[in-house]
Design a binder for this molecule. Structure first.
Ligand code: PGA
Length: 250
């Protein structure tokens, strides 16, 4: 089965030297796994050098977050347009860790629209913080989706990657069960179809939250997802090798 892996390095590693070594290890791992596509999202400071030194075609690059305006008085921000100029292909939008720092659904909406207008793939992160038997989490996810996709014309839906990451499974000890992901994938598709019509069926989906070599193959088989958004298992090369190997043989 084909799989897409987005390696979200977050604020790792601490030095450029280590980043180069991790990139080199990841490159070797992915060369041997033809059925797996890799997107690497390193800290923005490492991006340009990494993109310029990479001559292959198996890896594309993403920003972990970016500002929708092309330029302006926004201290500390990097814009999607600057990412495009550095030749990134995608941008992670609305990650739970950004939302925890104050990013709103409306910010996410503006970023998704800006990325699409620049032909950069939005990796739109959604997911509830908690869930219980009441099913409230479905409403929470629906609200996130509805606002994020408000400015997206139906024909652009296939350009988006929706990364469903239940916040309680991020950085946790266990991932979500594939059957629960399957249920959520159906719900996400249904919500998008209700919003924009049948083009919504074509949306691509990722699962994120404690992905590793133990849970990923089953999730790929039974979770109705196209791939994964991976944190911890992407920044240690032996763990990453095990994950990619497990997917290449799934
Ligand atoms: P994790 O992080 O794989 O370390 O749980 C996932 C994410 O935050 O995207």
């Amino acid at each position: 089965m084909k799989a897409l892996v987005v390696a979200n390095w977050k604020m790792h590693p601490a030095t450029h030297r280590e980043a180069k070594a991790l990139f080199e290890a990841s490159r070797k791992i992915i060369e041997k796994a033809k059925s797996v596509s890799l997107v690497i999202a390193p800290p923005a400071l490492y991006l340009r050098d990494m993109i310029q030194s990479y001559k292959g075609k198996r890896i594309t690059f993403a920003l972990q977050n970016a500002h929708p305006e092309a330029s302006g008085a926004y201290t500390g921000e990097v814009s999607i347009a600057q990412g495009k100029d550095a030749k990134v292909g995608a941008v992670i939008i609305g990650h739970a860790e950004r939302r925890a720092m104050g990013e709103t659904n409306d910010d996410v909406r503006r970023k998704v629209a800006a990325a699409l207008s620049l032909k950069i793939t939005p990796i739109l992160c959604i997911g509830e913080t908690t869930r219980d038997a009441s099913g409230q989490h479905f409403n929470y996810v629906k609200e996130q989706l509805k606002i994020a996709l408000l400015d997206v014309p139906p024909q652009k839906i296939p350009q988006i990657l929706v990364a469903y990451e239940p916040v309680w499974a991020i950085g946790a000890s266990r991932a979500m069960e594939p059957r629960d992901m399957h249920e959520m994938a159906i719900f996400i598709r249904k919500t998008i179809v209700e919003m924009i019509g049948k083009e919504g069926m074509n949306v691509r989906m990722l699962y994120g939250g404690s992905v590793d070599e133990g849970n990923a193959p089953m999730m790929l088989r039974d979770g109705a997802v196209n791939g994964f958004l991976v944190g911890r298992a992407s920044v240690e090369s032996d763990k990453f090798a095990a994950l990619i190997h497990s997917l290449a043989h799934a």
